[in-house]
Design a protein around this ligand. Structure first.
Ligand code: SF4
Ligand code: SF4
Length: 175
C-alpha cells in the first residue's frame, strides 16, 4: 500500500532486506543495457526488470546489495518512495517550481504513520532530488544500505516502480 508522504511521520532503513525479496525492481532501458552482461535482467513486453532467482535478487549477498555504485537501479535507490505528476493533495510536494506527488510504500516496517515533520520532509526532498539527478543517494534511503530478500513463492512479486520510471510515474495517476 502506498500513502501520501504527509501521512508519514518518519522512516529509516535498517537494512532488513525484505523489500528486495518482496519486489522485483523495474529498470530503465539504460539500466537494462548496463546490467545486461550479468545475465540477470529480462525484458517483458517492452519493460525491463531484474531477473530474480526464485525469491531472491541475484545482486543480493546476505543482506547486502552488491550494486552499491552507479549500477544500482533508481527504483532501488528510491524505495520506499514513488513520485508522480498526478495525485492527491496530501501527496503534493513542490520541488523547483514543479508540483509532484510523493507516496510512501508502507511495506517497509520502518514507515511510521503520523504527521510529517521537518526531518521527514528532508528525506522526501532527498528522494525527489534523486529522481531529478541532483543526488545519487538519499541520506536515509534504502539504497545506501544493504537490501535483502523473501517473497511468497506462490505469487509473483509486485514490481517496484521503475527506476527510470520517473517519466512513467509522473505521467501515471496515483498508484
Ligand atoms: S527499506 Fe527495505 S531494507 Fe530498508 S528497512 Fe525497509 S524493507 Fe528493510
Ligand atoms: S537494492 Fe540491490 S539487492 Fe535489492 S533489489 Fe535492488 S539490486 Fe537487488
Amino acid at each position: 500500500m502506498r500513502v501520501p508522504w504527509r501521512r508519514v511521520a518518519s522512516w529509516h532503513c535498517d537494512a532488513c532486506g525484505k523489500c528486495c525479496v518482496e519486489y522485483t525492481p523495474k529498470l530503465t532501458y539504460y539500466e537494462f543495457l548496463k546490467l545486461r552482461n550479468t545475465g540477470f535482467v529480462i525484458e517483458k513486453s517492452g519493460r525491463y526488470y531484474i531477473r530474480k532467482i526464485g525469491k531472491h535478487c541475484p545482486f543480493q549477498m546476505g543482506r547486502l546489495c552488491r550494486l552499491q555504485n552507479k549500477l544500482k537501479p533508481l527504483s532501488c535507490r528510491l524505495f520506499p518512495f514513488s513520485i508522480y505528476k498526478k495525485g492527491e493533495e496530501e501527496a503534493l510536494y513542490e520541488y523547483m517550481g514543479e508540483e509532484l506527488f510523493v507516496y510512501v510504500d508502507t511495506f517497509c516496517r520502518n514507515v511510521k504513520f503520523g504527521r510529517a515533520g521537518k526531518s521527514f520532509k528532508e528525506i522526501v526532498d532527498d528522494a525527489v532530488s534523486i529522481i531529478y539527478g541532483k543526488k545519487k543517494f538519499g541520506r536515509l534511503t534504502a539504497p545506501t544500505l544493504p537490501t535483502p530478500v523473501s517473497q511468497s513463492p506462490s505469487q509473483p512479486p509486485p514490481s517496484r516502480p521503475s527506476s527510470g520510471s520517473f517519466r512513467q510515474q509522473i505521467s501515471a495517476t496515483h498508484p
